[in-house]
Design a protein around this ligand. Structure first.
Ligand code: KIV
Length: 279
C-alpha cells in the first residue's frame, strides 16, 4: 500500500523530514519510488523540463493528466500529488472541482494549486468533496513571474506577515500541506512553526518540514536554468551525451550490433532457405 495523505501529516508530528521530488514519466518515477521518496509531485514544471516551454503558463489539463497517468503506473510506495495547471482552477470553483477530479481519475491522490488567501474558498470547496489539496505560496510560477520574475519572497516585514497569514488561511481552508517556494529561510521557519500541517520547501531553507526538488535538477539533466537552491547530486547530462556519442561511433564503425545483440535462425532452416533461393 502506498503512503497516504495522513502518513505525510503524521511525519510532521513524528518530526520526520519529508522527501518530495517531481516525476513526469514512467521510467524515472519508478526509480524515485524505488528510492523511497515520500511524495512524487507531478509538477507543472513538466512544461519546462519535459516539453521545453519557457515557463509553466502554457501547460494544459490534457498534458497534466497524461503525466499523472504515467507516474501513477510507476509508483508503488510514494504519495502522488499532481499540479493543477494555470487557468484550470482560477476561473471558477466548478472548474477547480472538475479539473481536480480529472487528476484524481488519472491516478493522483491529491492536487496542488498556487495561491494564498485568495484561493481559500476554492480550496475549501475541493477539500469538501473529498479531494486532498496541497497549497503553494511564496514564488508562484503561474503568476508571480508575470509581474515580478523569479524573486525571493518574504524579504520585508510586511511581505512576511502576508505569507504567514496566507499559510494560516490555507490551513484553515483544509490543505494537508503547503509548498513554500523561494521564501526567505527565516519566514519559512516561522511558517513551519506556526502551522500544524507540513511545509515543503523549495529554495526556502532547512526549517521546512520537507523539501521538494525537480528531478532533472537533482540528476543534472536540465541545463536551461540552474537555480542556486537546487543541489545537483550527479551530472547525468554529461554521461548521457558521452553514451550517445559512443553509440553513434559504434553504429558508424559497424561494431554495434554485435553477435550478442542479434537473433539467429535455426541452422537447418537457414540451410533449406539458402538451397531454395540459391544463396
Ligand atoms: O511544478 C513544480 O515542480 C512545483 C514544485 C517546484 C514545487 O510546483
Amino acid at each position: 500500500m502506498h503512503k497516504s495523505v495522513q502518513d505525510i501529516i503524521n511525519m510532521k508530528k513524528e518530526k520526520k523530514k519529508i522527501s518530495v521530488i517531481t516525476g513526469y514519466d514512467y521510467s524515472l518515477a519508478s526509480l524515485c519510488d524505488k528510492a523511497g521518496i515520500d511524495v512524487l509531485l507531478v509538477g507543472d514544471s513538466a512544461g519546462m523540463v519535459m516539453l521545453g516551454y519557457e515557463n509553466t503558463i502554457p501547460v494544459t489539463m490534457e498534458q497534466m493528466s497524461m503525466f499523472t497517468e504515467a507516474v501513477s503506473r510507476a509508483r508503488k510506495n510514494s504519495l502522488l500529488v499532481s499540479d493543477l495547471p494555470f487557468m484550470s482552477y482560477q476561473t471558477s470553483i466548478e472548474d477547480a472541482i472538475n479539473n481536480s477530479g480529472r487528476l484524481i481519475k488519472a491516478g493522483a491522490d491529491a492536487v496542488k494549486l498556487e495561491g494564498g488567501s485568495i484561493m481559500a474558498e476554492t480550496i475549501s470547496a475541493i477539500v469538501d468533496i473529498g479531494i486532498p489539496v496541497m497549497g503553494h505560496i511564496g514564488l508562484q510560477p503561474q503568476t508571480t513571474i508575470l509581474s515580478q520574475g523569479y524573486k525571493v519572497q518574504g524579504k520585508t516585514k510586511d511581505a512576511a506577515i502576508k505569507l504567514i497569514e496566507d499559510a494560516k488561511e490555507l490551513e484553515e481552508a483544509g490543505v494537508f500541506s503547503i509548498a513554500l517556494e523561494m521564501v526567505s529561510h527565516e519566514v519559512a521557519q516561522i511558517i513551519s512553526e506556526t502551522v500544524n500541517i507540513p511545509t515543503i520547501g523549495i529554495g526556502s531553507g532547512a526549517g521546512c518540514d520537507g523539501q521538494v526538488l525537480v528531478v532533472q535538477d537533482v540528476l543534472g539533466m536540465y541545463n536551461d536554468i540552474k537555480p542556486k537552491f537546487a543541489k545537483r547530486y550527479m551530472n547525468l547530462s554529461e554521461d548521457i551525451v558521452k553514451s550517445l556519442e559512443d553509440y553513434k561511433k559504434d553504429v558508424e564503425l559497424g561494431t554495434f550490433p554485435a553477435e550478442e545483440n542479434c537473433f539467429s535462425m535455426d541452422k537447418e532452416e537457414l540451410k533449406k532457405l539458402r538451397e531454395q533461393i540459391g544463396g
